[in-house]
Ligand binder design. Structure first.
Ligand code: APR
Length: 257
């Protein structure tokens, strides 16, 4: 195991340059530098008294749909004001430089796509989309619907955020894509995730069981750290650009080639 608190290990650069298949799993830590609070950061302002885990559940929505809708409206506002940071952009460069990179994210903020990544698998949905709480189809409220939550234009049921709540199943297609990527890769990056929430947290071990090398980029230790060949301790917004620049050179904005 190579613990590189600052530098980028040469052997990781070589592995990255020669990888046959790369899978990347990101968590809220990669969006922290864009000003989007991580899931386990203390909540601020009027939401300080709530635990995310209390609000992001079907039970909370059934009990108080208005409260849950307003919490997501607050988070959606945060996300829409956020901009992708150098960590997100470095992963978009990686996708341009290495064919077949699969980016799997637990984040619901849409920042990877806004940074230019195209092959993004959103395991936990996307906070900027709404869906009918009964029909489960993605639909936006009517323009003139000022109710909180708004109603489904098709059936009149409450709309809800198109995200996966605690206790809910992950979208089948997205999880199958993620499993396939984890099992097919020879290099698996775990970036900015505490590795506490299943089944996303099991993907790295699936990759390991299939012979992949694990590289973890995180400002702290996580339950995955003991299994990682490379531990890059630091902020994703600094480590990822340094890694991509070392591996692919400075013209990071370049496309393809
Ligand atoms: N750079 C790298 N890592 C960071 C940074 C940063 N700038 N800031 C924080 N981190 C790390 C923290 O050390 C922590 O390990 O990011 C991780 C964030 O962990 P969580 O807040 O638990 O977020 P996440 O792992 O994405 O949670 C997974 O759980 O709560 C559910 O559905 C929710 O998708 C979420 C899932």
């Amino acid at each position: 195991m190579v613990d590189a608190p600052v530098g980028i290990p040469e052997s990781l650069v070589t592995t990255l340059q020669n990888a046959r298949g790369i899978a990347v799993l990101t968590g809220s830590g990669i969006s922290a530098e864009s000003g989007v609070p991580t899931f386990r950061d203390a909540q601020t302002g009027l939401w300080a008294r709530y635990e995310p885990q209390e609000l992001a559940t079907p039970e909370a929505f059934a009990r108080d749909p208005r409260l849950v809708w307003e919490w997501y409206a607050w988070r959606r506002e945060l996300v829409e004001q956020a901009v992708p940071n150098p960590g997100h952009r470095a992963l978009a460069v990686l996708e341009n430089r290495v064919p077949g990179v699969v980016l799997i994210t637990q984040n619901v903020d849409g920042l990877h796509r806004r940074a230019g990544s195209q092959n993004v698998t959103e395991l936990h949905g996307n906070i900027t989309r709404s869906k009918c709480s009964v029909e489960e189809v993605v639909v936006e409220p009517r323009e003139d619907d000022t109710d909180v939550p708004p109603s489904c234009p098709n059936c009149g049921a409450f709309l809800r955020p198109d995200v996966v709540w605690f206790g809910e199943a992950l979208p089948v297609r997205e999880f199958e894509e993620a499993l396939e990527a984890a099992r097919d890769c020879d290099l698996f990056f775990s970036i900015g995730t505490s590795g506490l929430v299943q089944p996303a947290a099991s993907l790295a071990l699936d990759a390991l069981r299939n012979g992949a090398v694990i590289a973890e980029i995180n400002s702290n230790q996580t339950p995955l750290s003991p299994y990682a060949e490379y531990l890059l301790r630091g902020r994703a917004g600094e480590v990822l650009p340094a890694l991509m620049e070392t591996a692919f050179g400075r013209d990071l904005g370049g496309h393809g080639g």
